[in-house]
Write a protein of this length. Structure first.
Length: 221
């Protein structure tokens, strides 16, 4: 089967839309009826995230790592034990397109690194958006790594050693380890994932923190 792992820390406001998009992607006709299991990793949640997962009928697992690398790794381990042949990862503040999974598994590569789109720039100045657009490359062979849009073959994931117990950049390190082990990687611009540009981000040095930093940095000459 195909597994989707989503780390979540107090995401009750955005988790529902994420799950609905994953459910839709899991029944894409090009998957030919292959089972897809969705796992929400509830990392030290004190809000209604568990209730949201239950309403939508997906599996949720509680943990208290407060470490996204450990949370993703635990979710991957659980799905590998259940027989997953492919592991897809996104974030709880993100929405995937309908063909997200189908495109990943039909590319016949060991891993797929996709891009992201921002859902709403209203919390940031025009300058931040201009700087982001100047630095981001939404094209094939882009070399961006996002935990919100990542897929990997189960065997390739295990050969690379899986996610490290890192509080940030766990996705970047996994892709580096995949490259080190000779994995074939598709860097695609199609089927981008829509993600949040909120300022109350959950991870220091993560994507939200990066967006905030653009307000105080200068573009390279």
């Amino acid at each position: 089967m195909i597994a989707i792992v989503v780390p979540a820390h107090n995401e009750e406001d955005l988790l529902g839309d994420c799950i609905k998009s994953l459910i839709a992607a899991s029944v894409h006709e090009d998957l030919n009826g292959e089972p897809v299991e969705i796992l929400i990793m509830l990392d030290d949640c004190s809000d209604g995230s568990a209730r949201v997962a239950a309403i939508h009928g997906v599996t949720a697992h509680e943990c208290t790592y407060r470490n996204v690398g450990m949370t993703r790794a635990e979710g991957a381990r659980m799905m590998l034990e259940r027989g997953a042949r492919w592991l897809a990862f996104t974030d709880a503040d993100s929405v995937v397109p309908y063909a997200w999974l189908a495109h990943q598994v039909t590319l016949e590569v060991d891993a797929v690194c996709g891009i992201v789109d921002i859902d709403d720039w209203s919390g940031h100045s025009d300058l931040v958006r201009q700087r982001y657009d100047a630095l981001y490359r939404p094209v094939d062979d882009h070399r961006h790594v996002h935990g919100a849009n990542l897929g990997v073959d189960a065997q390739a994931y295990q050969r690379a050693g899986g996610f490290k117990a890192l509080a940030v950049h766990e996705d970047v390190h996994l892709v580096a380890d995949l490259e080190r082990t000779g994995a074939s990687i598709a860097w695609i611009s199609g089927n981008s994932v829509t993600t949040s540009a909120r300022k109350d981000y959950r991870c220091e040095e993560g994507f939200g923190d990066y967006l905030n930093s653009l307000a105080a940095t200068s573009l390279p000459r």
